[in-house]
Design a protein around this ligand. Structure first.
Ligand code: SAM
Length: 354
């Protein structure tokens, strides 16, 4: 069967961000407006990064306390000065936002008033060659945000060809996924693929650059591997559900995404939870049942960055913000439909599409 790529924009972030030393927060005024920090309360920044959103949260309301989370230990270390300057208003913890409710419980907090997630990698992660995210600078093929678990080199050298092709196709939206996977398997028979430059050259030997496009042929393959290494879509699904569990009635969740795979998950989650889509019953397959509305939309459709922002920060070009407000309804069962969007066909028990 031929592979038709899912509609979606390529992740332009790497070329856009080349040369930037510091992460510029994307759509910060729009995020703060969507959250509406108009009272004392607890805000959770699930993706601390360089602390751009956390600073915005602290500045927005003097009586807001912030818990900021990042899975990257270097982001946590770099945030120490901000914690010190916050006069006890900021607690910074290493962990995954998918475990947000457990991380809050460890701090003695059962509920939150605002949660914000800014999905993806930071400029610092991309710019540091040793982290192995970049095809523009040579470095070890790593890509682990948290430094734990299998690296991109482990996936590339140990996954079977079908799994590799599925990762590149589903998470990277690479049309030539099977050809790239085949080239990887052939190359690693000679010697393991150890660096970003080796992989980028190998992909560039198979995928032609699109005429006139500034996008490097390896962009999609690197995106696919990065998403797989960090289970980014699974984390997003768990993060949305965890936020739903911790938010108080009237609390708000804002999520900024950078490509269509992520945005589709957020859109479907909010749509299902705000009653605009019925949820399939877990108990009676094929039957839909009404679920209580646990969120009501705050934004009508996605909010996009202004032209003036994209002029000064091209990375913002592909950003989309969605936000919703928590209702009184108890959190329903996890939404299985979006779990499916976050996993490869083999993990869904359906085998591969070939
Ligand atoms: C796009 S940056 C956030 C930038 C931040 N909003 C700012 O203004 O500086 C994303 C950050 O989220 C972190 N991250 C990605 N996935 C995560 C997860 N599942 N749990 C916790 N942190 C995560 C990354 O390590 C990275 O530092």
């Amino acid at each position: 069967m031929s592979r038709t790529p899912r509609p979606g924009k390529p992740d332009r972030s790497e070329s856009d961000r080349a040369g930037q030393a510091r992460h510029v927060p994307v759509m910060l005024p729009e995020v703060l407006a969507a959250l509406a920090l108009d009272r004392p309360g607890l805000a959770v920044d699930g993706t601390f990064g360089a602390g751009g959103y956390t600073r915005g949260l602290l500045d927005a309301q003097p009586e807001v306390q912030v818990v900021a989370i990042d899975r990257d230990p270097s982001a946590i270390r770099a945030g120490a000065d901000l914690v010190a300057a916050s006069e006890g208003r900021l607690r910074l913890v290493q962990g995954r936002f998918g475990d947000l409710d457990a991380l809050l419980a460890d701090l003695g907090e059962a509920q939150a008033d605002w949660v914000v997630l800014d999905i993806g990698v930071s400029s610092m992660q991309l710019d540091e060659a040793q982290r192995g995210f970049s095809f523009r600078q040579d470095g070890p093929l790593d890509m682990r945000m948290g430094g734990d678990g299998p690296s991109a080199a482990d996936l590339v050298n140990e996954s079977d060809e079908t799994t590799l092709a599925d990762i590149l196709y589903h998470f990277g939206e690479e049309r030539r996924s099977r050809a790239v996977a085949r080239a990887i398997v052939e190359a690693r028979r000679r010697a393991p693929i150890a660096t970003t430059a080796e992989l980028a050259d190998l992909v560039a030997g198979v995928v032609r650059p699109e005429p006139g496009s500034p996008i490097h042929p390896a962009t999609r393959s690197f995106q696919g591997l990065r998403i797989a290494v960090n289970d980014e879509l699974g984390e997003l699904v768990r993060g949305l559900h965890a936020a739903e569990r911790v938010l108080r009635p009237g609390g708000r969740l804002a999520v900024v995404t950078f490509h269509s795979l992520e945005d589709r998950i957020v859109k479907q989650f909010f749509s299902a939870r705000s009653g605009r889509a019925a949820q399939a019953s877990r108990h009676v397959p094929g039957v839909e049942r009404l679920v209580p509305k646990s969120f009501k939309p705050v934004t009508k459709g996605p909010v996009l960055p202004s032209d003036s922002e994209t002029m000064v920060n091209p990375r913002a070009r592909s950003a989309k913000l969605r936000a919703a407000e928590r209702t009184e309804a108890a959190a329903p069962d996890p939404l299985t439909a979006i779990e499916t969007l976050a996993s490869l066909p083999a993990a869904q028990g359906r085998g591969t599409r070939r």
